[in-house]
Design a protein around this ligand. Structure first.
Ligand SMILES: *Cc1c(COP(=O)(O)O)cnc(C)c1O
Length: 494
């Protein structure tokens, strides 16, 4: 199976090449030329398997130029000791019809690990096939969790180097500490003065700058991307939607063939897009509920068809969703309206910051998606309520999804069994979670707060977070947007 660009279907490359390149030269994203279908009998078979076999099965349908041995070694290496739960992505039933898919059991305690533990392995194989032995340079723009997960995934991986840019005023203290203490000989981290969109736009520009690409080429290097625009990030995320469904079947909470809903706390639209592909493949899904914080650009878009990034940017307690340009939406638009329209809309997005889709596209979107948003006050109230009433502690991002879900049920009466994606450990966002649970502000430092949260909730802080206290800070730099090129060259020594 080949991959096309969302902006030029004349571009057609193998899966390894799509992963090695990250983004198409025309600025478009790689998408599968067709979505492989999976039948109920096959889903029923997957229900009898563990996560690793489910992953091999689903990924094998997309990554067709990887051999079975190559996939086997990538999958087995990724989903092993780095995870603190042997189910990898366990499903917890919180109340009737409401299940939480815990995606934060990996080494950095956020759902990004689900993809970033395997992406470096896929890239190493793909690089050997497609990048002709050149050193692969990973540039990352992060709203917090991607950066750390990518650093951890790529550290000391041969023939790769990784450089992460994060917005100086837009990550939690714990996220910042996780990145700035990163170990490994091929890693670097820099803050950039600006917000996540500034970081992401800067990275995208560098990726497609012909002068920079040439300079790397002359030095035996080539860029690739670990952001969720890389197909190698998305494909592994499709797996856990199947896995969650299979777990519910295996535990007899649903019958194979029953429809379920998924609720996904959304930023760059990568996670929920993976759920959409799972549905397209044939997983019985009724609705995908897209949950946003006060940066509600997606809620507005999915309900009105108008995408307008010209609005106030809010810094919230769910910082990984503080995004006004959701890159992966482009793949959904391609799937629903084709490349000509995508090209037109993306041009408008970059020139006007705004576009409006046609009625036919909007009605297709509404058939599949529902959307909602909530502010920090509601998010905190949900954390407190679910801890008190269900003894379940959510992180801030997950709580946005839970809030939006509860309101959705209230307004629609839809009692379809629902799986909510939980994207981070509550200990990663201790201040907000602790304040929610205790109902008062806290002036403790980051680590005392983690300790206090453990004490108040009776839960244990995950080891990778607890251990940060003794790590040395290695990276302190902060650059302007205009200086990003120089930071890249400095790191690469070219
Ligand atoms: C990245 C992230 C999100 C948003 O996921 P997208 O794929 O960007 O939509 C939500 N929650 C957490 C904790 C994250 O790290």
């Amino acid at each position: 199976m080949n991959y096309l660009s969302t902006r030029d279907t004349g571009v057609s490359v193998s899966s390894s090449r799509a992963i090695a390149k990250g983004i198409s030269p025309d600025g478009g994203l790689f998408v599968p030329e067709s979505v492989p279908r999976i039948g109920l009998s096959e889903i029923s078979e997957l229900a009898g398997m563990g996560y690793i076999d489910r992953a091999k099965n689903i990924l094998g349908r997309f990554l067709t130029d990887f051999s079975a041995e190559e996939l086997d070694s990538c999958v087995t290496g990724a989903y092993g000791q780095g995870f603190s739960d042997k189910k990898i992505a366990p499903v917890v039933t919180v109340k009737e019809n409401m299940h939480i898919l815990e995606l934060f059991k990996g080494p950095t305690c956020a759902f990004k690990d689900m993809a970033l533990q395997i992406l470096p392995r896929l890239l190493t194989v793909a690089g050997a096939k497609a990048a002709k032995g050149r050193e692969i340079i990973i540039l990352v723009a992060t709203s917090g969790d991607t950066g750390k997960a990518a650093l951890e995934g790529f550290r000391d991986v041969p023939h790769t180097r990784i450089l992460v840019f994060y917005p100086s005023e837009g990550v939690s203290p714990m996220q910042k500490l996780q990145m700035c203490t990163q170990e490994g000989s091929n890693v670097a981290v820099s803050a950039i003065r600006g917000n996540f969109d500034d970081a992401q736009n800067g990275v995208k520009r560098i990726f497609t700058d012909p002068g920079i690409i040439k300079k790397l080429d002359e030095n035996g290097m080539a860029f690739s991307s670990a952001n969720s625009i890389n197909w190698g990030r998305l494909a592994p995320q499709i797996v856990y939607y199947f896995s969650a469904y299979c777990d519910l079947v295996a535990e007899k909470k649903i019958n194979c063939g029953d429809e379920i809903n998924f609720v996904v706390p959304t930023g760059n639209f990568g996670n929920i897009l993976a759920a959409y592909y799972a549905k397209e493949m044939g997983l019985p899904v009724k609705k995908l509920l897209c949950a946003s914080n006060s940066n509600s650009v997606l809620t507005d878009f999915l309900t009105t068809g108008v995408y307008d990034r010209n609005r106030q940017f809010y810094t919230t307690i769910s910082p990984s969703m503080d995004i006004l340009i959701s890159s992966n939406l482009e793949r959904l638009l391609y799937s629903m309206a084709g490349s000509e329209k995508v090209k037109e809309w993306m041009k408008l997005l970059s020139s006007e910051g705004k576009y409006t889709v046609d009625d036919e596209t909007l009605s297709k979107i509404k058939e599949v998606f529902a959307a909602g948003c909530c502010d920090d006050t509601a998010t905190k109230a949900t954390i407190a309520k679910y801890f008190k009433e269900h003894n379940y502690l959510c992180d801030t991002h997950t709580a946005v999804a839970v809030t939006v879900y509860d309101r959705y049920v209230e307004t629609t009466g839809d009692t379809t069994p629902t799986v909510i994606a939980s994207t981070a450990s509550p200990f990663k966002f201790s201040r907000a979670v602790l304040e929610a649970v205790e109902g008062k502000t806290s002036d403790l430092d980051e680590f005392d707060m983690v300790g206090r949260l453990a004490e108040v909730t009776g839960l244990e802080c995950p080891a990778p977070l607890a251990n940060l206290r003794d790590k040395k800070v290695r990276f302190t730099g902060c650059c302007e947007k205009a200086e990003m090129d120089r930071v890249v060259f400095d790191m690469l020594g070219i």
